[in-house]
Design a protein around this ligand. Structure first.
Ligand code: NIG
Ligand code: FE
Length: 386
């Protein structure tokens, strides 16, 4: 069954061949055939289809690709957030609070919680989401966290190396790279580590990612979130697809990212809710580094599921243009997950799209906090409850 969506005021295609970054077509139409886009172009040239939908002059964009989230958890850290807003600083140690609550929760409770957050994301235009483990930190709890995540996405990431829960760090790294990896690998596509003071150093992170790669997982990394450090250079040296946070970067780090082509995934929800300085997106883009945006949705450092909020923060606080921010939240999110079937609206791509109650993509930053996403389509079907 084919559907013609016509009278689109502005269609963001992310066509890499276009002269402008977003490959915008004005007064556009798009044909969906089954789960895929069959045609995009000027409304005046649109072919016939089985059904027709009038977009009423609204903007249509590729669905957001949120390449970094930690949705599998239980419990609440609102008190920690409130204390931070009253002057306390963010410390990675809060992760252990969530670990204790997550271990107590049943699979059913964890699944229901992830379902609620994924629905929240869809209502805000996210059509692809990556979900990490990392609040179990035992063989059983990491494996079941990933099994829960797998019910919602193929983009699952094993983050046994989130923090050392207790005991000897070397013994814990041996567990993460041994029995825990073996139990996690069947449910995961990616492996991640938190390379930071208070979590894992560069040697430990390298050991974890190398073991994961040997088990068939693709490595990615949390780095340079809380302070300067070796993580970003490690990511560049290993030629990772993406390295996430990148809040504290030296000139050498920026140079290394440009040379390796590793995508810097920036997570402005973290700086918003920890009051740390925002990453210097402008310096990265001006140096030719590829930049993606993601939510990092988690109960500690960034409890937002909203890609529109991340876009607005990136524009207002990180001096990205609205076009750069939308591109980073769609095409670059897809690139950060090594996906070429999502993140753009061109013939042959997945029909994952959002309809904004606004004439252009700029409104995502111009009208912060306003629920502009009126429809989210996944694989050719409306995917949200109105
Ligand atoms: O991406 N950086 C490490 N992990 C999460 C925070 C987790 C937490 O505070 O619970 C992050 O910011
Ligand atoms: Fe994270």
């Amino acid at each position: 069954m084919s559907i013609l969506i016509t009278n689109i005021g502005e269609l963001v295609t992310n066509d890499p061949e276009a002269d402008d970054l977003l490959g915008i077509i004005e007064s556009a139409a798009l044909v969906v055939d089954g789960a895929k886009v069959a045609w995009v172009g000027s409304a005046a040239d649109a072919p016939a289809a089985d059904q027709q939908v009038d977009a009423g002059g609204r903007a249509v964009l590729p669905g957001f690709v949120d390449s970094h989230s930690h949705l599998v958890f239980a419990g609440d850290r609102a008190a920690e957030f409130a204390a931070r807003m009253a002057g306390e600083s963010y410390a990675a140690g809060g992760i252990r609070t969530t670990v204790a609550a997550t271990r107590q929760a049943t699979d059913e409770q964890l699944t229901a919680h992830v379902a609620r957050l994924v629905l929240e994301m869809r209502r805000q235009g996210t059509t692809t989401v990556e979900i990490k483990s990392g609040y179990g930190l035992t063989v059983k709890d990491e494996a079941r966290s990933l099994a829960v995540a797998r019910q919602f996405t193929e983009e699952t990431t094993y983050l046994g190396a989130h923090v050392v829960p207790d005991g000897d760090p070397d013994e814990y790294v041996a567990l993460v790279t041994g029995p825990m990896l073996e139990a996690a690998a069947p449910h995961a596509r990616w492996i991640d580590a938190f390379c930071e003071t208070g979590a894992f150093d560069a040697d430990q992170a390298r050991t974890v990612l190398t073991a994961g790669a040997a088990a068939g997982l693709s490595p990615r990394l949390h780095a340079n979130q809380l302070g300067p450090g070796p993580g970003v250079r490690l990511a560049a040296e290993l030629g990772l697809t993406a390295v996430d946070h990148c809040t504290y970067l030296s000139d050498d780090d920026v140079h290394a990212l440009r040379e390796s082509g590793t995508i810097a995934t920036l997570l402005p929800g973290v700086e918003f809710s920890t009051r740390q300085p925002y990453p210097d997106a402008r310096a990265l883009l001006d140096a030719g580094v590829a930049v993606a945006l993601a939510s990092d949705c988690n109960p500690g450092s960034s409890f937002t599921s909203s890609m529109p909020l991340c876009i607005a923060l990136a524009v207002r606080e990180m001096r990205m243009t609205a076009a750069e921010a939308v591109h980073a939240a769609t095409a670059m999110g897809a690139a950060a997950l090594d996906r070429d079937d999502v993140g753009s609206l061109l013939a042959g791509k997945r029909a994952d799209l959002v309809v904004l109650d606004a004439p252009t993509h700029v409104h995502l930053a111009y009208r912060p906090g306003v629920p502009l996403v009126t429809q989210t389509w996944i694989e050719g079907h409306p995917a949200t409850v109105p």
